[in-house]
Design a protein. Structure first.
Length: 94
């Protein structure tokens, strides 16, 4: 089930990627925080997860699909979001 979910997430996030970057850039530190585990290998703290969810709640007004990240299991999906939105990964590919 995880692979299918990740594919759906990837499709949705890629569809909204530009809006996401534009919005996320207005919220200081969101992308850096989202990428923290990918960049440093250090997992998010509970406080950081709370901050990510606050930002996602805001973004969900523009991108309703993001509400999945606010569900009880949504935190488990954050690494998939970071993977899809990792600018270095997309830059390397292109």
């Amino acid at each position: 089930g995880g692979v299918v979910l990740k594919r759906i997430l990837k499709t949705m996030l890629e569809r909204y990627r530009e809006l996401f970057y534009a919005e996320a850039d207005t919220m200081k530190g969101f992308m850096a925080l989202l990428m923290k585990p990918r960049n440093t290998g250090i997992p998010w703290t509970q406080e950081e997860i709370r901050r990510l969810k606050l930002t996602l709640r805001h973004l969900a007004h523009y991108v309703p699909f993001l509400v999945v990240f606010l569900l009880p299991f949504g935190t488990l999906l954050l690494p998939a979001m970071a993977e899809v939105l990792d600018r270095r990964r997309t830059a390397r590919r292109g």
